[in-house]
Structure formats: C-alpha cells, structure tokens
Design a protein around this ligand. Structure first.
Ligand SMILES: C[S@@+](CC[C@H](N)C(=O)[O-])C[C@H]1O[C@@H](n2cnc3c(N)ncnc32)[C@H](O)[C@@H]1O
Length: 304
C-alpha cells in the first residue's frame, strides 16, 4: 500500500468512517484546558484523514501534531502535502515495533488511528506502544480498524489461484487479526486491559459500503491491495479482473442500474464489513468526569 497519491483520492470509505467516528467522539476526547494538546496519529497514510478531520478538532494553540506510518513513501507524500501546517510533521513509525523511539514516549495527550490496526498482526505490541506514547495524565486514544471485511475472503480465493499463489503466500499476514474472532469486541477489550488501559469503550459496528462502478472498486483495490506491488505491472489489470470475478461469485454485486449519462449499465458492489471502534484512557483519575460526560452524550454500548 505504497501508492500514496492513488490512496489520497481513493479512500472514500476510510474518510466516511473517520468523519462519523470523530463527530461522535470529539466531545469525549480529554482536551486540555490550556489548549496545548499534542496528538499522534498511527498509520496516517497519505495524511488526508488526519488533516481533514482530526486537525480541525485541535485547539489553535495545539503543541504538536505528528502523523506516523510504517511506509516511508506515505510519510514523504504527507510531509509534502502538509508542510505549510505549523507544528505538524509526519514520520516513519512501525506501531508494532519492539521498542519505541525514546523521544516519542509519554509525549502525547491523544493517539488516534483510523484503518491501520488491522494491518498489525501483533495487536498486543501495538497497544503497549500506544499506551507508552500517551502522557500519564489525561492521555487517551481513539482507534478504528477493520475486524472483518469481505476483501479478506477475496484474497483467500485468489491465493488459491495458480496465477497469483506465488505472490500471495503470506496472505494470512494481511488479514485482520480479529477476522477469525467470534467476539472481536471482547478480544480487543482484553488486549486493552492487558496493555494497562483503565477506561475503555469498545464497539463493533456493522457497516455496508457500496462502490459505484467497477472503476471505483478497482481504484480502491489498487490503493490498498498489498499484493499488487509484487505482481508485474503488465498483469495488474488481469489481477483486478479476477478480483472482480471473485467479488461477483460471492454475491457482492448489487442489481445493475442504468447510468443515464453514459447510457450504459453501471455495476454496484456492496461491501458489508465490521469496524471496531475503541476509545480508551490511560489513567482512571477522571472516571467521574467520564461518567457524567457519558450520560450527557451518546450512550456507550460497553464500558468496562
Ligand atoms: C488504509 S491506510 C489508512 C490511512 C489513513 N489513516 C486513513 O484513514 O485514510 C493504512 C495505513 O497503515 C499503514 N500501516 C500498516 N502497518 C503499519 C504499522 N505496523 N505501523 C504503522 N503504520 C502501518 C499503511 O502503510 C497505510 O498507510
């Protein structure tokens, strides 16, 4: 997933979900009373979700905004796009790493992450690192990522196809670590507990996204499919056609509709997926405040 510019324009699902989640959780985040918040985003990709939806929530006097990603290409792209923003930078970080850089430890009031943690097989390590990134006083995190998605089943079918098997031997590495879990919310709550978080709200949302037309779906696949980089460019179109054939065989194609503008049939593809949304605080000091906030905002589904 190194195609930063393509991702930048093909991430409609991710943008849609991040906006909805931030609308709901922005008043729950523990903003500092002095307005000097520092925030680190994990897996920022090309940076547009962070800068379009998280940045506007920060107080004008924020201390620092750090976007991070395992991909140096994504980080380079984001730094280029957003260099004019004050006290803002993007840097390479593998959130599953064994040891965080010392200069990042305990520095952040907030950690956010959208559509990244399903890429990290060692969720335990990622959560330990997020815990360590946060300040002891008032640090909190908002994390959203895929628990399940039909794309994983498509990958598994393509991986059995002799044409693509050689490029997809490690397919399981690219399937969300919660995809096979019978109770992803319970599993993730346990991981948050083990990392040391005190206040947690974990929910799993069932969503459906509809891709309008083959080109839109193919663009999204091109932007996020981890196997394309390994496949010779000359075979990309064939891989994408096979991808669409599998999607159709899985009955993910919606009824065809007439596109009046082009006077041709337009295919629609539905993607029913489960999104895990977790909010957690490092310290339990403010539990009383939290409980009163909760009663005045949208009621949380599971507080442990
Ligand atoms: C689907 S993109 C999401 C980008 C952005 N947050 C958004 O919502 O549009 C996932 C990003 O996570 C990054 N990523 C994958 N594994 C990671 C890891 N271990 N640590 C940090 N970033 C990672 C990928 O490079 C990619 O840019």
């Amino acid at each position: 997933m190194n195609q930063a510019s393509l991702y930048h324009r093909a991430n409609q699902v991710q943008r849609h979900d991040a906006k909805l989640i931030l609308d709901e959780y922005s008043s729950i985040l523990q903003w500092r009373s002095d307005g000097q918040d520092s925030l680190l985003d994990v897996g920022s990709g090309s940076g547009n979700v962070l800068m379009d939806f998280v940045y506007p929530l920060l107080p004008k006097s924020y201390e620092q905004l750090v976007g991070t990603d395992i991909s140096s290409k994504m980080v380079g792209y984001a730094n280029n796009c957003y260099q004019r923003y004050a006290r803002t930078q993007f840097q390479v970080l593998d959130i599953g790493c064994e040891r965080l850089p010392d200069q990042l430890k305990g520095r952040f009031d907030h950690v956010t992450s959208f559509y990244c943690l399903h890429w990290v097989q060692n969720l335990s390590a990622a959560l330990n690192n997020i815990y360590e990134l946060l300040k002891n006083e008032g640090g909190d995190c908002l994390l959203a990522f895929l628990a399940t998605n039909p794309v994983y089943e498509v990958y598994k079918v393509l991986h059995k196809n002799a044409k693509w098997a050689a490029y997809m031997q490690d397919v399981e590495q690219f399937i969300s670590p919660l995809h096979y879990s019978s109770d992803p919310a319970q599993k993730f709550t346990q991981l948050l507990d083990e990392a040391g978080f005190h206040f947690k709200n974990v929910e799993v949302r069932s969503e459906v996204f509809v891709y309008e037309g083959v080109h839109t779906l193919k663009d999204n696949v091109k932007a996020i499919c981890p196997f394309l980089d390994r496949i010779p460019v000359a075979q990309h179109e064939e891989f994408l056609d096979d991808f669409i054939d599998v999607v159709i065989s899985m009955n993910l194609q919606e009824d065809q509709q007439c596109d009046v503008d082009k006077d041709q049939l337009q295919q629609r593809f539905k993607s029913p997926y489960k999104l895990l949304v977790a909010y957690a605080r490092k310290s339990s000091d403010l539990l009383d405040n939290v409980l009163s906030e909760m009663s005045s905002t949208r009621s949380f589904k599971g507080v442990t």
